[in-house]
Design a protein around this ligand. Structure first.
Ligand code: CP
Length: 476
């Protein structure tokens, strides 16, 4: 029986904390109980006998597609779909939005992976069956995060991730798995330490959301977070071109931290901080555009790197595939849990499928909706992210861009628009108000404002065509 209101999982924010707990409990059952020690599912059940799932993968995948397919088949359901868009009518120019409209009439659930950010959200808006995001460009990969958090719970024991020190290593700019993961870690109270090659740190909008939506306080180029509840001290390290690490220090009320050149992470009083988790990611070569310059340095995490005492009990996770940044010597090291992490993809995705198909419906609270108002005047505005689905030459014919209006804060003093599809933030340079002719620079915006009246402009010409004239403040 289908749930009365369909549920999509496009970002990790689409599942509440209590729903994540429910997914984990059900995954435990599929593994034979919480303390079974198993990491793979065996046998077949018959809960999903009546259901068909579509897997539409416009990008390569091993774990996500095969574990979704294995999960559906372990539940007794069937799968249709494809891994090669060249063999579907996408090769003839059919849009992904038309494709999902067709597939919803054949199947009960769609898993979509697509290179454009926001593709899964757009697809979900166009169909009446649940859509699961199997990764959209560099935006998010929420089911990977469910696997990651579950791995931590299962491998580290205990019910909580609070105060774990989690070191994120690699391409944090382009890696969609870490974008979903940092929100999940923040929600469950873990500390985040980032270590990225130059230019590959977390995107500013991710840091901003960590601060505004999850109560974390990014510092020093958005690479440091501290927990205002006083439970955490979190720093960051960068690998600089000269291989020296820039020091980054938490300003929490706890002792300040220093980061030595060898990567030692020490509190101001000399107490060494142990790292509970190293989450390693590969260089996302396929997402780097030709005109981008990227550092040739990239961290390699192997037994030598982990020889320091602070890594004695570290668990090493990696969403895989690995392409040189994760030593094979860790395969024989009990700290390396990445193959179990991949194996947990089956019970986790079985649980998620069961929830979304209503076989084992969620019984707890849904996540709260977005905190921002929908921007009302965005008909002519384009998303600033050229990889957004709304800017795709084919898909844009069927999509109208939509934005959340993100109000200024002392730290971010300009009005921002956040694309509802790819969640990229941008700051149009001018604004006016409905019913007024003055055009203002998007800076130093007054606190008191009829926000629904705000009209933003990408340039002056657009504003002039709408009949607005520069005010003195905009000219200065
Ligand atoms: N972790 C992950 O998404 O792997 P695949 O790209 O192989 O699906």
């Amino acid at each position: 029986m289908r749930q009365t209101m369909k549920r999509d999982v496009i970002t990790i924010s689409d599942v509440s904390d209590s729903e994540i707990d429910e997914i984990f409990s059900l995954a435990d059952e599929f593994l034979g109980g919480k303390d079974s020690g198993a990491h793979r599912v065996s046998g077949r059940r018959h809960q999903a006998d009546a259901y068909l799932m579509a897997t539409l993968f416009y990008e390569p995948s091993t774990r996500t597609r095969f574990s979704f397919e294995a999960a559906m088949k372990r539940l007794g359901g069937e799968v249709v779909g494809g891994a090669d868009p060249a063999t579907t009518s996408a090769a003839k120019g059919e849009s992904v939005l038309d494709t999902v409209r067709v597939m919803e009439s054949y199947t009960d659930l769609i898993v979509l992976r697509h290179p454009c950010e926001g593709a899964a959200r757009a697809a979900a808006e166009h169909v009446g069956v649940p859509v699961i995001n199997g990764g959209d460009g560099r935006h998010e990969h929420p089911t990977q995060t469910l696997c990651d958090l579950y791995t931590l719970r299962r491998e580290l024991g205990g019910e909580t991730l609070r105060d774990l020190n989690v070191l994120l290593i690699g391409d944090l700019k382009n890696g969609r798995t870490v974008h979903s993961l940092v929100y999940g870690l923040a929600r469950f109270g873990a500390n985040v330490i980032t270590m990225a090659p130059p230019g590959l740190g977390l995107p500013s909008e991710v840091s901003r959301r960590l601060e505004e939506d999850y109560g974390r306080k990014p510092e020093l180029g958005s690479q440091i977070f501290d927990n205002e509840n006083g439970g955490a001290r979190i720093g960051a390290m960068y690998i600089a071109p000269d291989s020296q690490l820039k020091t980054a220090i938490s300003r929490a009320q706890l002792p300040r931290a220093n980061l030595h050149f060898d990567g030692e992470f020490v509190e101001g009083d000399g107490v060494k901080i142990s790292i509970d988790v190293c989450y390693v990611t590969r260089r996302q070569g396929e997402r780097v555009s030709r005109d981008e310059t990227v550092s040739s340095e990239y961290p390699v995490i192997d037994a030598k790197f982990l020889s320091a005492k602070r890594y004695k009990d570290t668990r090493v996770l990696h969403p895989l595939p690995r392409v040189g940044e994760l030593g094979y010597d860790l395969d024989r090291d009990q700290r390396g849990v990445y193959f179990k992490q991949a194996a947990y993809g089956v019970p986790i995705r079985m649980a998620l499928i069961s929830k979304l198909l209503g076989i084992s419906p969620f019984s707890t609270s849904r996540p709260q909706g977005p905190q921002h108002d929908l921007y009302r005047h965005g008909e002519k505005m384009q998303c600033a992210n050229d990889r957004c689905i709304t800017n795709h030459a084919v898909e844009r014919r069927q999509l109208t861009p939509k934005f959340w209006l993100v109000r200024p804060t002392p730290k971010f003093p300009k009005i921002s628009l956040r694309c509802t599809y790819c969640e990229t933030d941008f700051e149009p340079p001018f604004y006016g108000r409905v019913g007024e002719r003055s055009l203002h620079a998007n800076a130093g915006v007054p606190d008191e404002m009829d926000w629904w009246k705000i009209v933003l402009f990408a340039n002056e010409q657009e504003a002039r065509m709408a009949g607005l004239e520069m005010s003195a403040s905009a000219q200065s």
